[in-house]
Design a protein around this ligand. Sequence first.
Ligand code: ZN
Length: 143
Amino acid sequence: MKTVQFTLQSTGRSQLIDITARVQEMVTASGIREGLCTIFIPHTTAAVTINEDADPDVIRDFLYELDKIVPWQDGYRHMEGNSAAHLKSSLIGVSEQIIIEDSRLMLGTWQGIYFCEFDGPRTRRVLVRIDSSDFSTRNTAAA
Ligand code: ZN
């Protein structure tokens, strides 16, 4: 299957946006039952992570502590003034991979997929690639 994408609009400077339902919709629409879902963020001041989606305080603590690890002002040289956002992007990472079974993302009970905005508000793209590992489908395609 080819790569699909969607856009989202962040509303804050630093923000985590739950994209679990949108990614699951793409998996369902792909018709792929067994395989891998890769999420890739094509930006240098954003990221993607998987973490708890039950208690919103986890997200608040996540962003609060990240600001302490990578402060906004710290004698950075980058002219654009958003070095902290670049660092956070690399620390958290721009891709995640999730196993698909029975057309479902195999996330844990408390896990959700979060787009991480570190230099918003901006319009952002999220790339999603869904690859099949269904051997019956592969054998048919190869025949
Ligand atoms: Zn920059």
